[in-house]
Design a protein around this ligand. Structure first.
Ligand SMILES: NC(=O)c1ccc[n+]([C@@H]2O[C@H](COP(=O)([O-])OP(=O)(O)OC[C@H]3O[C@@H](n4cnc5c(N)ncnc54)[C@H](O)[C@@H]3O)[C@@H](O)[C@H]2O)c1
Length: 682
């Protein structure tokens, strides 16, 4: 077990960032101390949190009881001796290196020997603080984004002396508090600000050069990047001096290309607060503006990857998760085409005497490869990672093709491997939009092809000499849960959730789930899960044998690796009895009654509120889909798994060609309740 098992957190600085970070930690159920200079400042920070939570209750994001629980995890104090038993301290005080150093000196005196000390600095290097701590191996950067209680992105930055164990523990702690961590070198602006600050600054330069007025620049930037705010509106929201400071800092280290545009310098000198966003939009200037802003983004993103600051994938994740751009710089670059992207980047970089980054020069005609699924060797175990957190790693054709490639590579290594997701989901299912688009275009064959391909892949995943493990650290739904069922072992964090919501959208699990699930947990419980869409937490899933182990975040990787080093499972016996006494009534009920008996009211719930609720939920599902599931269970039970899986393919067209499928899928996309066809007896 790692000596850095992070259970208790502290945040130093109860300002905008610190209070939000503490709020998020407490919301995810972890104890956190919030520290500031004096009690008044602590109280101000606590009040920011209370106000935000109260607004959450008004907007029905939280129930009052939840807010009470969150607040009970938080303690505000100005007494630093209370930091003695804290495992991870996150510093979020003023952006002043001397203030930060004094904080770290004090932390080194007050914290225990295994405490990890993190800085949320935006503009200094992490290594600038090394001399202020007694144990540099326990110093790390955790760079959050505003608003840190809502924005999931965090850049995790080690300096040269950060120990790998500390890095891994800090990373795991961020997953435990629901963040999406990305790796960053200890470099100016880390990952996202490195290209985002120049993006804003390019708007300023376009204004200064008189290319267009400010309203036109904002309009064109929004259109070109598919974002909600242009650079000037954004500066007004986040504070113009912050943009000035950020560009100044990058410019001082990286050169003139990054320095603030003159129009920004001049504006700040006026002392005015906000840019005047009014003005007539001149649409004729769109191309001139879009090309420049895309060029800057392509140049800087490629440059930072060239320098080893971040990977292509993390650069894109940063934009999608941290900035909520609909596509990352490299996705946009590939969409624009490599030739054009090179020209755009060259045009902006060339005017500062800068050369094209090597990766842009060397890119082939297909552009920059983006590994939506990656494979890495970690201590002799392969880690196959799904890298699309903004869509919860939903499976579409591109993901499947990449997964296929990595699966073959992983098998070729002759080593066991672990599947894991980035962000808050393992894999949240298949890409619903792809289904709806295909149905709307009457392109059923695209769906059949997708499902056939997925089924084949999952079958390949299931067969193999070396063990495969699914690491569930968040949501595993639908296709994601089916993928996990195709691996030998499933290990989950305590907050993982697993479920099969297919009948809610008029279909059935078509990637092996209808046959693998009952073989793993027994037919009655499989019926219960598929018919009602009931999600299971990790502990309940463990109690019925759906998963094999539950481990805290700090131990999750090590636990997955130890399962991976076991042998592959030969055959699992289908359970014939219920292993969780709390689910015995459910087992008996679904063992005894058919879908029609349940829905027509013939089945006897014996006043059991749990069963009554299950029946009610079944009434909200697609009857057509329920009947298909039932038929698959009945027929499949008598067949070998290989043959049983063929039944799914056979019934796929029946499911997708039914009106309930298009209704269920559309309703999900539109965020409304589906209106399914009712059974004759309803
Ligand atoms: N604001 C952002 O969008 C953003 C984003 C990422 C990172 N950051 C970084 O986060 C840090 C904090 O930024 P902020 O916007 O929350 O600042 P802020 O001014 O809102 O809050 C800073 C807090 O630190 C407290 N403080 C100052 N010196 C202290 C000390 N010696 N001990 C304890 N508390 C002390 C202050 O009283 C204040 O409450 C900065 O390093 C900033 O660069 C900010």
């Amino acid at each position: 077990m790692s000596q850095y098992n992070i259970k208790k957190f502290a945040v130093i600085g109860a300002g905008n960032m610190g209070s939000g970070i503490a709020q998020k930690i407490a919301t995810e159920g972890h104890p956190c101390i919030l520290v500031d200079l004096d009690d008044e400042k602590v109280e101000r920070g606590m009040n920011i949190i209370r106000d935000l939570l109260a607004q959450g209750v008004e907007r029905k994001v939280f129930r009052p009881q939840q807010v009470e629980n969150i607040l009970s995890n938080l303690r505000g104090t100005s007494d630093w001796s209370e930091l003695a038993d804290v495992d991870l301290v996150i510093e979020a005080v003023f952006e002043d290196v001397d203030v930060k150093r004094s904080v770290f000196e004090r932390l080194s005196k007050n914290c225990k020997d295994t405490a990890i000390l993190a800085t949320n600095t935006s503009s200094f290097y992490v290594r600038d603080l090394v001399n202020a701590v007694t144990h540099p191996e326990r110093l790390i950067g955790l760079h959050y984004f505003f608003h840190p209680a809502k924005n999931r992105l965090v850049e995790v930055i080690g300096h040269e002396g950060t120990s790998p164990e500390v890095y891994a523990a800090a990373w795991a702690s961020q997953e435990a508090i629901g963040k999406t961590p990305i790796w960053s070198a200890d470099a100016p602006g880390f990952v996202v600000n490195r290209y985002f600050v120049p993006w804003v600054n390019e708007g300023v330069r376009l204004l200064g050069e008189g290319v267009a007025n400010l309203a036109t620049i904002d309009w064109a930037a929004k259109k070109a990047f598919g974002v909600g705010m242009g650079p000037f509106e954004l500066m007004n929201v986040t504070g113009v001096p912050i943009s000035m400071h950020a560009a100044n800092t990058l410019g001082a280290t990286l050169g003139d290309f990054y320095a603030p545009g003159q129009a920004l310098v001049d504006f700040c000198a006026t002392g005015e607060r906000n840019w005047d966003l009014e003005g007539e939009v001149d649409e004729s200037q769109y191309d001139a503006i879009a090309d420049r802003m895309l060029g800057v983004t392509f140049y800087v993103a490629s440059k930072l990857v060239d320098e080893g600051v971040a990977s292509v994938e993390d650069t894109d994740i940063g934009a999608r998760v941290g900035l909520r751009w609909p596509a990352g710089p490299f996705e946009m670059l590939n969409n624009a085409g490599i030739e054009r992207s090179r020209l755009l980047a060259e045009a902006v970089a060339g005017s500062y005497g800068l050369h094209l980054p090597k990766m842009l020069v060397n890119a082939g005609s297909h552009g920059i490869p983006i590994e939506l699924v990656s494979l890495n060797d970690v201590h002799g175990v392969g880690e196959v990672r799904f890298n699309r957190p903004a869509t919860m790693n939903a499976l579409d054709n591109t993901m499947l093709v990449q997964f296929d490639g990595k699966l073959q590579l992983a098998r070729a290594t002759g080593k066991p491997f672990v599947l894991r997701g980035t962000g808050k989901a393992f894999v949240a299912g298949a890409d619903i939009k792809f289904f709806v688009d295909s149905l709307n275009n009457d392109n059923y064959s695209a769906i059949a092809e997708f499902a056939g391909y997925g089924q084949k892949l999952f079958a390949t995943l299931a067969g193999g000499e070396h063990a495969t493990v699914s690491r569930l650290h968040g949501l595993a739904l639908g296709g994601g849960a089916e993928m996990a069922l195709s691996t030998d072992y499933i290990v989950a964090s305590p907050n993982a959730v697993i479920g099969f919501p297919e009948t809610s959208i008029g279909i059935f699990p078509g990637l092996g789930g209808s046959q693998r699930l009952p073989r793993r947990i027994g037919y009655p419980l499989a019926k219960y899960l598929l018919y009602t869409g009931q999600m299971l937490d990790a502990r309940t899933a463990l109690s019925i044998g759906l998963i094999d182990d539950v481990a805290d975040f700090a131990e999750l990787d090590a636990t997955c690796h130890s399962w991976a080093k076991k042998r592959s499972v030969e055959v699992r016996e289908t359970p014939t009895a219920c292993s969780n006494p709390k689910l015995q009534a459910v087992w008996n009920f679904f063992d005894q009654y058919s879908v029609d008996e349940i829905l027509s009211g013939e089945a006897d719930c014996m006043g059991d509120p749990g069963l009554e609720k299950a029946v009610k939920r079944m009434g909200q599902k697609s009857y057509h889909a329920l009947k298909l599931c039932e038929a698959l269970f009945v027929e499949g039970a008598h067949l070998e798994l290989d043959r049983a899986l063929e039944l799914e393919s056979r019934d796929l067209s029946t499911a997708f060609n039914h009106a309930d499928a298009i209704e269920g899928l559309s309703a999900l996309l539109e965020g409304r309740r589906p209106n399914f066809q009712q059974p004759a007896f309803a």
